[in-house]
Design a binder for this molecule. Structure first.
Ligand SMILES: Nc1ncnc2c1ncn2[C@@H]1O[C@H](COP(=O)(O)OP(=O)(O)OP(=O)(O)O)[C@@H](O)[C@H]1O
Ligand SMILES: [Mg+2]
Length: 288
């Protein structure tokens, strides 16, 4: 299958070339009429929040190195819900870690809100993450000595909220995912699916305008997964949060505004028009 073309085509490409219009042809004057605004007309493009340019990531291994990301280029606009699909080992988590500034790229740039994350100090990157991003990791990074509610409150504590606000904020978000009854467990005493729900609560506790989530529903049953996806969708549509999510579930395409497909460290194509059948075919497309 030919990968679908990007929706951001140059509109001028569809114009009739000048040479097709004979020099002496007089074109009828176009009468200007005041038409009401077309509600279906494309809205002006939103601000670019993340620009990824010529991104490469290699890792040194016992002998030699492995090329994990190979010339990744794409832009994420404010308010997008971007889904990243691709087989295991294709580099999805590595890409998210690079966007978060947790893994520095081997080459290329990641510009977030006009600032190149690859040029920030480790402290600046940590502050950037705390202030801007709700993060859901593929492998949760719990503070093992803290209870569930203390883990959820932790970003509020790091942001210097009062102890009362930490408690009420954490309680509210645990309640929203149905996990308040487990507030006094330690995170590793929960099932993998329960931990995902608590991770969701922790990621939302500072009301982030950007959410980066790595397989946030991988351990949930389909009903719970759909509920979590609906919460992401509401955050995106009602609060305008920009969401970047990795998933293996092709059924999640319907929640996103755009899907990109990563294979062997390369993006095959970016489009809003993928169907589940297209994605199944992409799985079989060799990477050049
Ligand atoms: N620190 C590392 N050192 C060496 N190789 C690494 C390192 N981190 C990742 N890799 C390699 O990079 C490749 C991509 O890994 P990554 O975790 O990004 O895949 P993924 O697409 O997220 O897979 P999955 O769907 O299974 O989570 C893998 O082959 C992995 O072995
Ligand atoms: Mg991964």
């Amino acid at each position: 299958m030919e990968p679908k073309k990007s929706i951001d085509r140059d509109p001028s490409a569809a114009r009739i070339p000048f040479s097709d219009t004979p020099q002496d042809t007089v074109l009828p004057a176009v009468k200007k009429v005041d038409t009401p605004p077309d509600p279906s007309a494309k809205k002006p493009p939103k601000k670019a929040v993340i620009e990824i340019k010529n991104l490469y990531k290699n890792f040194g291994i016992v002998r030699g190195e492995v090329k994990v990301l190979r010339d990744i280029n794409f832009t994420i606009h404010e308010g997008e819900f971007l889904l990243i699909l691709g087989p295991s080992g294709s580099g999805k988590s590595t890409l998210l870690n690079a966007i978060l500034g947790l893994e520095l790229p081997s080459a290329g740039n990641i510009v977030i809100n006009g600032k190149d994350i690859t040029k920030m100090t480790p402290d600046e990157r940590a502050t950037f993450r705390l202030k801007n991003v709700g993060i859901i990791f593929q492998k949760p990074d719990w503070i093992k000595s803290l209870s569930v509610i203390e883990n959820v409150a932790f970003p509020l504590a790091a942001a210097e909220s009062t102890p009362q606000d930490q408690f009420t904020g954490a309680k509210k978000h645990l309640e929203s995912v149905g996990m308040l009854g487990h507030a006094d467990f330690r995170p590793y005493q929960l099932s993998a699916g329960q931990q995902e729900l608590v991770e969701f609560a922790r990621a939302m506790v500072l009301d982030p305008h950007m959410i980066i989530a790595d397989e946030p529903t991988g351990n949930l049953d389909s009903d719970s997964a759909n509920k979590v996806m609906e919460m992401f969708q509401a955050l995106n549509e009602k609060q305008g949060a920009t969401i970047i999510m990795v998933t293996h579930n092709i059924g999640h395409v319907k929640y996103a505004s755009r899907t990109i497909y990563l294979k062997d460290g390369k993006i095959l194509d970016g489009s809003s028009a993928y169907t589940a059948a297209d994605l199944e075919e992409l799985e079989a497309t060799p990477v050049i």
